[in-house]
Design a protein around this ligand. Structure first.
Ligand code: IPM
Ligand code: MG
Length: 358
């Protein structure tokens, strides 16, 4: 099994280093994986003048799974759009056909009071947000800028979904709901957008094949509100690219910190790219204070979804749980006045907890 490691920018390298320590520890226990590292995002631009250098894409194509840190930083904000770090991420998702994005929002018992909501609203929360990742307004054309006849500048993008794109993500949604709480909520804006009207129609068609799954539909504005009003009403949410981007950031806060949430982006054969859902946090980069747990938990998702190694996935998740139970906290998940550890120490604590399991 080959893992391509793409640390990226900002806190990317330091959090990925902790996840690699975890992989090394599992290797010592017999997990047969090899890793190779390549630059992406701003680091790709600096190394090769391209946020997704050819060599990086080739490495990713040849790998079974990809572990990614984060991309972006103020240094790169003035580059033309095709050269910006985010393009590296969007292009690799598209090039590898990673249309299924899984973003679980789970509340660890130990962190229920780190949530911005009252503990009783979030205790035991376990939602899966399924975000379509290779279509929508992110990739629709035409897009660009033009100057109108009156001399005013205009920017424009195209939201669109084809029937087959909706159908395949809907199937994934129903299949996942079937393995969980059997409830699927499809989120759209069908009261306004034609794209969403088609989305809803196709999801309803697919639903006929899954009579055991309870399907509901919700407008995205209401979904945003319900997520902070009564988040436990949700089991699996399936939605398009832009709505999923926004709702998954919102959902992360229910869990206490955006630093806790892993993600998986899968193609039709479960090849996957795994990354924390948070960004590159340039303001705290290089200071050894970032929370590496989302990245470490992304390795657990990799083992589960791409390598079908549930035992190893569970080992990592149990190790993270143990560390939290022992009160080890980075700043983002600490209560005021609580003692905190740095990025490296958090990584070491998880590795130690893995060691203690044997
Ligand atoms: C995410 C990020 C990306 C996205 C950015 C960095 C392009 O916000 O993975 O959610 O919008 O998809
Ligand atoms: Mg986002």
């Amino acid at each position: 099994m080959k893992i391509a490691v793409l640390p990226g920018d900002g806190i990317g390298p330091e959090i990925v280093r902790q996840a690699v320590k975890v992989i090394e520890r599992l290797k010592a226990d017999g997990l047969a994986v090899e890793t190779a590292t390549a630059p992406i995002g701003g680091a790709g631009y600096e190394a090769a003048g391209d946020p997704l250098p050819d060599a990086t894409l080739e490495l990713a194509r040849g790998a079974d799974a990809i572990l990614l840190g984060a991309v972006g930083g103020p240094k790169f904000d003035t580059l033309d759009r095709p050269l910006r770090p985010e393009q590296g991420l969007l292009r690799i998702r598209k090039a590898l056909g990673l249309f299924t994005n899984l973003r679980p929002a789970m509340v660890y018992e130990e962190l229920a009071d780190a949530s911005s909501l009252r503990p009783e609203l979030v205790a035991g929360l376990d939602i899966m947000i399924l975000r379509e990742l290779t279509g929508d307004i992110y990739f629709g054309s035409p897009r660009g800028r033009r100057t109108l006849d009156n001399g005013e500048r205009e920017g424009f993008d195209t939201m669109k979904y084809s029937e087959s794109e909706i159908r395949r993500i809907a199937h994934v949604g129903f299949a996942i709901a079937r393995r969980r709480g059997k409830k699927l909520c499809s989120v759209d804006k069908a009261n306004v957008l034609d794209t969403s009207i088609l989305w809803r129609e196709v999801v309803n068609e697919v639903a006929r094949e899954y009579p055991d799954v309870e399907l509901s539909h919700m407008y995205v504005d209401n979904a945003a509100m319900q997520l902070v009003r009564a988040p436990k009403q949700f089991d699996v949410i399936v939605t398009g690219n832009i709505f999923g981007d926004i709702l998954s950031d919102e959902a992360s806060m229910l869990t206490g910190s955006i630093g806790m949430l892993p993600s998986a982006s899968l193609d039709a054969n479960n090849k996957g790219l795994y990354e924390p859902i948070h960004g590159s946090a340039p303001d705290i980069a290089g200071r050894d204070i970032a929370n590496p747990l989302a990245t470490i938990l992304s390795v657990a998702m990799m083992l589960r979804y791409t390598f079908a190694n549930e035992a190893a996935a569970t080992r990592i998740e149990s190790a993270v749980r143990k560390v939290l139970r022992d009160g080890v906290r980075t700043g983002d998940i600490a209560k005021p006045g609580e003692r905190t550890v740095g990025t490296e120490q958090m990584g070491d604590a998880v590795v130690a907890a893995l060691g203690a399991q044997r």
